[in-house]
Design a protein around this ligand. Sequence first.
Ligand code: MN3
Length: 201
Amino acid sequence: MAFTLPALSYAPEALEPHIDTATMQIHHGKHHQAYVDNLNKAIAGTENESKTLEQLVAEAGKISPAVRNNGGGHWNHTFLWESLTPNGTGSPNGKLAASIDAEFGSFDQLKEKIAAAAMTRFGSGWAWLIEQDGKLVISSTPNQDNPLMDVAEVKGTPILGIDVWEHSYYLKYQNRRADYLAAFWNVVNWDVAGKRYEDAL
Ligand code: MN3
């Protein structure tokens, strides 16, 4: 069963001005599509064809670099689109908000620490907020790796992931990764993140 590109649940222009229309169209329609296509090519005619995306990601390091890069790319981007909303409230709520305050001091401090993880990821990769043994942890991964992979240095359940590949911000923000990171918080779907957190506990 071949993987397919999931549709966005909002229009590509819906996240303006924080994430611009052209970036959304190319990021979803071209970059994500390419990960899906290359993942399908990598597993075609192999025993991996019958595995779920979650299984492929969990075993990515053992299977092949192509599955690691493209399976990770498909999982990470699907997760990213589901993490965003044009109706962002700007801050977390419920149990997740309480745990962020308890473990990081405040939401502002969490944002600073995630920005630091994102800014110090050299080249392409992702910054993550994950749940690990009941605690919130910030990490980052290179390329299209994620915290669910066997190869991840820091493992856990992803709550939020920020794509810091230049393709996710270059058209609007050019080299200003920090400005993109600051704008990102405006379009986070905290209801989705909060539910992931409660499910993980
Ligand atoms: Mn991307």
